[in-house]
Write a protein that binds this ligand. Structure first.
Ligand code: DCP
Ligand code: CA
Length: 406
């Protein structure tokens, strides 16, 4: 029996949901992300819009310049969340070994399921059909012996595609592809490889492991494995969330300390609230900053003792922020705070640590009140600088681009 993993990804997800609800949008260049006179970026572009060069992450003003007749939609997160839940429910009907990766993307462990469906290929076709019939949404599916190749296969097959890489064919499938298709190869790594004369995955795959390790450390070994189609990562069931983060882009790039600090405080509270709601604690805090020129940094700090307290997340975030700002003179475009190294749900109270217990009681009380009366029912001192800047509603401040990351 060969090991089979499926990667399923909805095509132009946000746009496709809008097209289901409003058939007039079908077959047209459509962008979800906001009106083009607003600061912000394309979240999703229809394939008709992509023909003009539009893609996710592109500033809306650029998108309008390249495709003036595109239809720009603000979008609404609740619609996408609902569609996502129904999508995941369909997948769960096919295999209990489901790992959602984002709203519109998941891995399914399907080894041995050919006996039910005739073949894994037929199983994938049946999944695509149900998503189409029940949600009206187009999807693409990749099938392979590992997650990395399955994901690359689904991406290559888009839109409305289905591509299976037979066991043993991983290396030859990957060989002609540009190295940027591999996970973990960003712009910087790509440049380094180009400098070494390495452009395709095939060329990368024959580089000696020790050379890769000397250039890239532990990730060099990972790249070596991926390039050679060696990938034994497992499909991980839900509940095993790895990180929680919140981020926002400012209306205008800023150096304003109180605004940065206030926003960091607000985002820290959001992260802490989700940690406690999931009954988890975090062992690592990560600050993210994007500067005016779009260069982006992350700074992380590992905790001696896992926490779920807003105060601790904020304090560490602030230390990281202070250090980062002392090293960079540019104004800040985006700020984010995240936590990782999460504990399993449930934990033992540290009976000796009274201050930790006090913080815990305080945060629990805040969560209770906010659950009942909305997030803004309690505004802590650390977010007060935001009061005059962002409109606030029951659900907290309306930031310019509320993060979709989880
Ligand atoms: N998204 C976003 N901002 C980004 C990228 C994505 O808000 N920079 C949102 C909108 C997308 C959804 O996440 O619809 C899924 O992201 P994908 O990368 O899967 O992109 P699409 O589903 O839009 O297109 P594709 O057909 O390439 O999967
Ligand atoms: Ca998608």
């Amino acid at each position: 029996m060969t090991h089979r993993i499926m990667h399923i990804d909805l095509d132009a997800f946000f746009v496709s949901v809008e097209q289901v609800l409003n058939p007039e949008l079908r077959g047209k260049p459509v962008v979800v992300g906001g009106k083009p006179d607003r600061r912000g970026v394309v979240a999703s572009a229809s394939y008709e819009a992509r023909a003009f060069g539009l893609h996710a992450g592109m500033p809306l003003v650029t998108a309008r310049r390249l495709c003036p007749h595109a239809i720009f939609i603000e979008g609404s997160f609740t619609k996408y969340r609902d569609a996502s839940q129904r999508f995941m429910a369909i997948l769960a009907d096919f295999s209990p070994y489901l790992e959602p990766v984002s709203l519109d993307e998941a891995y399914l462990e399907v080894t041995g399921f050919e006996s039910i469906h005739g073949s894994i290929h037929q199983m994938a076709a049946a999944i695509k059909q149900r998503i189409k019939d029940e949600l009206g949404l187009p999807s693409s599916v990749g099938i392979a012996s590992g997650k990395v190749v399955a994901k690359i296969a689904s991406e290559l097959s888009k839109p409305d595609g289905l591509l299976e890489v037979a066991a043993g064919e991983e290396r030859s499938f990957l060989a002609p592809l540009p190295i940027a298709k591999l996970p973990g190869i960003g712009k910087k790594t790509e440049r380094i490889f180009k400098g070494l004369g390495i452009n395709t995955v095939g060329e990368l795959s024959i580089m000696p492991l020790n050379v890769l390790k000397s250039h890239f450390g532990a990730s060099g070994e990972l790249l070596y494995r991926y390039a050679n189609g060696i990938d034994d990562s497992k499909v991980e069931p839900p509940g095993a969330a790895k990180s929680i983060s919140r981020e926002t882009t400012f209306g205008q790039d800023t150096r304003e300390r109180s605004l940065l600090k206030g926003t960091l405080g607000y985002l820290s509270e959001r992260v802490g609230a989700e940690l406690r709601q999931k009954d988890r604690q975090a062992g690592c805090v990560t600050l993210k900053l994007r500067y005016a020129d779009f260069s982006t940094i992350t700074r992380r700090h590992t905790l001696i003792k896992a926490t779920d307290a807003d105060q601790t997340i904020f304090d560490i975030g602030l230390q990281l922020l202070t250090r980062a700002l002392s090293q960079e003179r540019q104004p800040v475009r985006l700020i984010g705070i995240g936590v990782s190294n999460l504990t399993e749900p449930g934990r033992q109270l540290d009976m000796l640590d009274l201050s930790a217990q006090r913080l815990e009681r305080l945060n629990k009380a805040i969560d209770r009140i906010r659950k009942k009366y909305g997030f803004s029912a309690i505004q802590t001192g650390r977010t007060l600088p935001l009061k005059d800047i962002f409109p606030s509603g029951d659900n907290g401040y309306t930031l310019h681009t509320p993060s979709l990351s989880r």
